[in-house]
Design a protein around this ligand. Structure first.
Ligand code: NAP
Length: 484
């Protein structure tokens, strides 16, 4: 099978924060993988920019190491790596000062796509945006990519939007949420809107409930100071889980076009009911089989920050009235697993015996560890001896259905960066979406703060606090097992 890929124009991509962790682990190895896949045009140039004073050669050496560490060995043949590094250069730039901007301007070419990736702390976004325009570096049509966190509440998100809007038009701003770059997340839209089978059933009449889980085994991993001031609600729910919820719950857009999709997502966020405090479980891991306690990891012995949240959410509109969405995310869980589970209702009448009770169909959209889609169906167990029913998976894992080449799917970051170069904003959050998500999140966090809410302890390496199980038990439902 030969994949049809939309060609990419020549570009200058400047990565601010090129010496940082995200650039080293994700952005630069991801760009290399696209190069290896033959998706980079010959005129692609990548310019690293950061405060560290170094020459292009030493930058290339660190990128070579990052490729060796984060790209599969079979893709790292020396000629391809060398050819990729040839297209890389480095400029020392101080985001807050004047040094380096002229050198950066001199490096930019005319008549190619311009993209600027702000892989730096959000406090630098404004200064960089201002200098890009003020020094005449960013031309009309230049694109900027901004990383999370996009604000820490509605006020800061509004301020950040206003800062960027002072220099760039909304059509130039790409707010990245790497969950939207995952193959299966886009496949969710294909499954819903390219098949007749699901959409007629995609509503409260036929769907019992939806579960969205993002479970991580890692703790705060050296991001303790940032995370402790943030917590799972800000770090995961407001952005990643919210985006997954939107794509699951949204109405079909009229076109697969950036604003049409984003309009529909925004309507979902605006339809979310405020969450009752009884419908949220907040947790913090203590030492357990999965490792040390959150407080030790975060270096804050008195921390009241949550590393786990489970909640029941209602999308208050015609389609979803009566179908709850359960969201759950946590660190130091027993397995790494991200999935969206759509549980259909049971057939209204059982024509079989009590022993042969048909189960509800379950559609699972797996984001990690193995991306794929699985539909559980009930069929007759083969063989004689009467009607016995058995549940079987119809597993649409990409490798099996489309061959091993299709299983070699690009990482979310590399896909999203190529979308920036193509000028496609469909998988990026618009400013009003981000603000609406904060407007819904803020009162929840304000409630915790007002009552000095103490998160419930759970063992590192477990499935979260017991109360998270009860959240579903009391609705006669069960979470899916967290398993890798
Ligand atoms: P990091 O490792 O701390 O790197 C920060 C980068 O910013 C470094 O390259 C640093 O350059 C540069 N920098 C700092 N001050 C500067 C200045 N005044 N002028 C120019 N460059 C400056 O941070 P990171 O983990 O890569 O994160 C970058 C962004 O991505 C942040 O917004 C973060 O929230 C977001 N993010 C990161 C991750 C992740 O896994 N790391 C995940 C999601 C989102 P020098 O060291 O050369 O000074």
């Amino acid at each position: 099978m030969v994949a049809r890929v939309i060609p990419v124009e020549d570009f200058d991509l400047v990565i601010f924060g090129a010496t940082g962790d995200l650039a080293r682990r994700k952005i630069l190895p991801g760009l290399y993988r696209r190069f290896w896949a033959g998706q980079m045009p010959p005129g692609a140039r990548i310019i690293g920019a950061a405060r560290t004073d170094q020459e292009t050669e030493s930058f290339r050496a660190t990128v070579r190491e990052a490729i060796a560490e984060f790209v599969a060995a079979e893709k790292c043949d020396p000629e391809t790596v060398a050819a990729f590094l040839d297209g890389l250069s480095y400029v020392t730039v101080d985001a807050m000062g004047t040094g380096g901007w002229q050198a950066l301007k001199d490096r930019m070419r005319e008549n190619v796509v311009q993209a600027f990736y702000f892989s730096v702390a959000p406090s630098l976004f404004g200064a960089i945006a201002e200098r890009l325009k003020g020094n005449g570096i960013a031309r009309d049509g230049a694109r900027i990519v901004v990383e999370k966190p996009f604000g820490r509440d509605l006020d800061t998100a509004r301020a950040l939007n206003a800062t960027l809007a002072a220099h760039f038009d909304e059509t130039q701003i790409y707010r990245i949420d790497h969950y939207l770059g995952k193959e299966t997340v886009q496949n969710l839209m294909a499954v819903r809107f390219a098949n007749m089978l699901f959409e007629p059933l995609w509503n409260a009449q036929y769907i019992d409930h939806v579960q969205i889980t993002v479970a991580e085994t890692v703790g705060v991993e050296g991001r303790g100071a940032y995370y402790d001031g943030s917590g799972a609600m800000r770090d995961m729910v407001q952005n990643h889980l919210m985006q997954l919820l939107c794509l699951t719950a949204m109405e079909p857009p009229a076109h697969f076009e950036p604003n049409a999709v984003r309009d529909e997502k925004l309507k979902v966020i605006r339809a979310l009911d405020p969450v009752d405090s009884d419908d949220i479980v907040r947790g913090q891991y203590k030492a357990g089989p999965g490792g040390a306690s959150y407080r030790d990891d975060a270096g804050n012995p008195d921390s009241l920050t949550e590393s786990f949240v489970a909640m029941k959410v209602h999308v208050s509109n015609w389609r979803w009235n009566g179908t709850p969405f359960y969201l759950r995310t946590g660190k130091r869980m027993k397995a790494r697993m991200s999935e969206i589970v759509v549980q259909f209702k049971e057939p209204p009448h059982n024509i079989f015996t009590e022993a042969a009770h048909p189960r509800a169909n379950i559609l699972t959209i797996r984001l990690q560890p193995d991306e794929g889609i699985d539909l559980r169906m009930t069929i007759k167990e083969p063989g004689p001896g009467g009607m016995r029913l058995v549940e079987v998976p119809m597993d649409m894992s990409f490798a099996e259905a489309l061959g091993p080449e299709a299983a070699d799917i690009p990482d979310a970051y590399e896909r999203l960066i190529m979308d920036v170069i193509r000028g496609n904003q469909t998988l990026f959050m618009r400013g009003d979406e981000v603000e609406a998500a904060w407007a819904w999140t803020d009162p929840i966090i304000a409630g915790w703060t007002a009552r000095d809410d103490v998160p419930l302890p759970y063992d590192a390496g477990s499935a979260g606090p017991e109360d998270a199980l009860i959240l579903l038990y009391r609705d006669s439902r069960r979470w899916r097992e967290i398993a890798g």
